[in-house]
Ligand binder design. Sequence first.
Ligand code: TXA
Ligand code: MG
Length: 334
Amino acid sequence: MAKAAGPVNVSRDSTKKDTRILRADAAAIADAAAVLRAGGLAAFPTETVYGLGARADDPRAVAALYAAKGRPSFNPLIAHARDVNAAKQIGDFNDAALKLAEAFWPGPLTIVVKATSNESVCELARAGLDTVAIRVPSHEVAQALLASVDFPIVAPSANRSGHVSPTTAQHVADDLSGKVDLILDGGASQGGIESTIVDLSSGTPRLLRSGGIARNEIEKITGPLASANKDEVYAPGMMAAHYAPKAKLRLGASDANTSEAYLAFGPVPASAQGAKKILNLSCSGNLTEAAANLYAYLRALDASGVEGIAVAAVPGEGLGEAIRDRLARAAAPK
Ligand code: TXA
Ligand code: MG
């Protein structure tokens, strides 16, 4: 289908690249497709967070991606596909997986199924597992990019491993400038929190990561979801001490001292008003708005150089489950 478009300047050397940031118009998307085709690294916006893309079928490109992120190579990647049909090329969809895909794709849901044997998602990208995590993103730039290539694109969040996920092109540049070939700037990600990951590769549907689609929405289709097995390093993004800013987080705080920042949700209590800096995830207490602001605000408060960030309590229902999960990981001892 897609043909290589002339010479592409892609460096295989992950130590220093000349990172270009381009507004995500048609020409830039074609440029990113050419970078990926040649085995390079291109970051692109999705409706959840920005992803760092590499072609899924090229172990050298995938190795370069792990190196750029500083990610332990046992942590498998999500393969992004254009639609359900493309997804079926890379994974074996049982009835339950198909029903879930039809309900939520394109969108912020990742489904884990058995991998097909064709190596279109190479073993390194799967970290040696016989399963594969697949997502069909809805963002128009991600869709256009996937439509311009004839391979799946693996894309972890485009941050340094363990750091806060990026929701703008600038966040990506802050973390990965010099390590990636190209960053497509498509504005701020609307969702702001990663996809929900559901494992349907065995008989029992399991929620491996809460995310952009709330548990109860998924359970309407799958029935009750089992939790991830805590002893397994199975979805290593589920490890504690992930999504971490430099400042120490104090959760469930209704107060803040003058050396702390305060990350509010709803009205700011009087006892927190003396904080060095205050940002509000959602003044009206809206969880969707809070999810979209979470990572950008953690980055902004961290950049202000405070020692600690006191974080207001966030309710646990709906998207609140994913927000609480990310906050708990950001607060975990490093
Ligand atoms: O919203 C998202 O999902 C974003 C955007 C860019 O699509 N991507 C993302 O990727 O969050 P990443 O690499 O940061 O997180 C992927 C998670 C990790 O926790 C990984 O362990 C898990 O998916 N994972 C990947 N393949 C898996 C598999 N076969 N079985 C279980 N977990 C898997
Ligand atoms: Mg990540």
